[in-house]
Design a protein around this ligand. Structure first.
Ligand code: NAP
Length: 335
């Protein structure tokens, strides 16, 4: 059986997902698209030799009887409306982060899904599908080195064009917030944000880097360095200190060169290249789960918890204090 997919938002990641579904993945085909820019969408589809219906409006695409499931890859502020419409139509929906731009919006989606009585929503937190993070999770859940005590993490990108205000925390760190609580199977209880000396190599008025200190319910201390104008590459680090050993996220594989009296390896610069395999696995598993009628990836609840965490981190950045993160009890629906 082939899953008939409709995609809303044919920008950078929408095109990327369409290409991987059409050229690489199995058991799904793109039958419908919607974007505000028709000319650009038509040009892309013809370049990729894809024939799909075009909808002026994402809501009409969701309601079309020819569409089984939906991918939402449009601009963040539009996600909530599209995801709610998909839930109302009883259709499975994969939504790129953020699930909604406010915690309140995420909560509305959680409530709508519970009311619908069936898990329909998956959020695009692709790091959970990365091989290295999955290996780390096994080490932690099997307690190979005892209990985890401290995590030292770094989220570094060469530059952050288009970032303004607090986007370093509200936009990119959401991936850290999701994957670390998934790794530890724990939740956050407090956050502190420290601003060290800022780099001169970023847009004026922006603070970079930040250090985020999170504490979990089990008492684990997480230290995340967020440095999105680090210049040298896209570099994601996660080092876990346990009771009887330490374990780190593996470096992406790269040729090792011995040349001109130097031993060197390459560092990836592009986030898409770093997580290309994770994106493939994420979408193939979502397609397979959708065809089987059961959603088991990052849930609307996970999207909500991440939004609450990001909000508290922003509060902590501006107050300079350690701020409490109050996550309500997880509804049994999501257990
Ligand atoms: P983008 O290049 O700006 O693409 C968004 C597309 O959606 C644009 O073509 C935009 O048209 C269109 N759009 C806006 N409003 C729409 C509407 N009401 N109906 C249909 N189409 C609409 O952005 P992007 O980089 O692809 O990011 C899209 C989303 O994916 C964002 O939420 C982003 O955070 C997320 N994302 C996630 C990851 C990840 O690591 N998982 C990576 C990248 C992006 P106009 O350009 O004409 O406005």
């Amino acid at each position: 059986m082939t899953l008939k997919l409709g995609v809303i938002g044919i920008g950078a990641i929408g095109k990327d997902h369409i290409k991987r579904i059409h050229h690489k993945l199995s058991r799904a085909s793109i039958v419908a698209v919607s974007d505000v820019n028709r000319e650009q969408t038509d040009a892309f589809l013809s370049q990729e030799c894809i024939s799909a219906m075009y909808f002026e409006n994402g809501i009409d695409l969701i309601q079309s009887k020819d569409v089984d499931a939906i991918l939402v890859t449009s601009w963040g502020p539009t996600h909530e409306e599209f995801v709610l419409a998909a839930v109302e139509a009883g259709k499975f929906v994969f939504c790129e982060k953020p699930l909604a731009v406010t915690a309140e919006g995420c909560r509305q989606i959680v409530d709508a899904e519970i009311k619908a009585g069936k898990r329909l929503v998956q959020v695009g937190f692709m790091r959970r599908f990365d091989r290295g993070y999955r290996q780390l999770r096994n080490v932690i859940s099997e307690q190979e080195m005892g209990l985890p005590l401290i995590l030292n993490c770094a989220h570094r990108a060469p530059a952050a064009p288009g970032f303004f205000g607090d986007m370093a925390i509200s936009d990119s760190l959401v991936h850290e917030f999701d994957v670390l609580r998934w790794l530890l199977q724990d939740d956050y209880v407090s956050a502190q944000v420290i601003q060290p000396r800022g780099t001169r190599l970023c847009d004026e008025g922006l603070q970079d880097p930040h250090v985020i200190l999170l504490r979990t319910r089990d008492g684990i201390l997480i230290n995340i360095e967020s440095f999105v104008n680090c210049q040298y590459g896209y570099d994601i680090q996660c080092n876990i200190i346990c009771e009887s050993g330490t374990v780190s996220l593996p470096e992406p594989s790269s040729l090792q060169r011995r040349h001109n009296a130097r031993l060197s390896t390459e560092i990836i610069v592009d986030w898409q290249e770093r997580f290309v395999d994770a994106f493939d696995v994420e979408l193939q598993e979502w397609i397979d789960a959708t065809l089987a009628g059961e959603m088991n990836g990052p849930s609307a609840w996970d999207g909500y918890v991440v939004a609450v965490t990001a909000d508290v981190c922003l509060k902590a950045k501006h107050s300079g204090a350690i701020e409490a993160i109050d996550i309500p009890e997880k509804p049994t629906f999501y257990q």
